[in-house]
Design a binder for this molecule. Sequence first.
Ligand SMILES: [Zn+2]
Length: 290
Amino acid sequence: MLVVRVLASSSEANATLVSDGEVNLLVDCGLGPLLLREALEAVSMQPGDLHAVLVTHHHKDHANSATIRRLAEVDVPVFCSKGTRAGILARPEFRDDQRITKCVRALPRTPLALGSAQVVARPLLHDADQDCHGFRITIGPQRRRSVVAVVTDFGLPFHPDDDVALRADPAAGLSGSNARALLQDADVMLVASNHDVDILRENRRVPASVKRDHIIPFHPSNRQAAALLSEALSVSRNPPRAVALLHLSEEMNTSALALAAARTAVRKHGKPAPSVVVSTPRQAVDVVWE
Ligand SMILES: [Zn+2]
C-alpha cells in the first residue's frame, strides 16, 4: 500500500504522512502536539507509530518545539541536516536537553535507510537561518517501490520572469537543478505553490519592494511551481500518479489559480495526466491512498 496524506500545509503548520503500511514517515512536524495527535488518530495512528520524522528546515511551521519534545518522549527520531539540527538544538527551550540532543539527528551523507524506505535529501534555496532541504523518499517492497518527492519552501530572491538573473545566480541554479532531480521520475510530486503574482501585485498590504518584483522572496509563485513541474515532467520517463500543491498563501493565492497553473503544466506532459490536488491549511488531504 502507499499512503501520502498532507495533514496540514500553510505558513502556520506543515506535516505530511508517507507510509507503505510498514514504515510510517512524517515530513515536517509543524503541527502542535495536540493537532498532530488528532491528525494521526484520524488514520488510526499515534505519534509513537511514526518510525521517523524528516524536517526540511528550521522554521517553526516545519519544526514545532512542543511536537519535537513529544516525539522525543515517544522515541521517534527526527532527521534533518546538520545545520538545521544545530538551529533546533540552539532554541532556548532545548538548551542542554539531552533527550532532544539524542532525538534530533543529522542526516547521513549517504541515503538514509529506514526499513523499507530510503531517503535522499538535497539542498534548496530558502531564507532559513541554516539551510533547507527537499526529500526524495523511495518506499515500499522491492517489486512495488514508489518514489515520493517533497519540494517545499524554496524560491528565488528576484523577479520570476527574470531568467537572466535566475541563471546567473549559482545558488538559485543549484537549487533549481536539485528540485528537478528530486522530482524526476517520482510517482508522487509534492511541490509548494505559494502565491499568485496578480493577487500579490494588487494587495494593498504587500510592501512596495515585494510588489515591485511581484514575488514573495524564497517562496515559489504558482507560475514558478508550474514551470518546475513542467521541467521535471519533461525529463521523466513516466508521468507521476499524483501531484500535490503545498504551502498556498491564504491571502495571496486561491486553490483554483494554483490548480489551473499546475494542471496546464502537467497536461502538456502527462499521458495520462496525473491527478493534481491542492493542500488546505487546516484539513488533511489524501494525495495517494491505495
Ligand atoms: Zn520556511
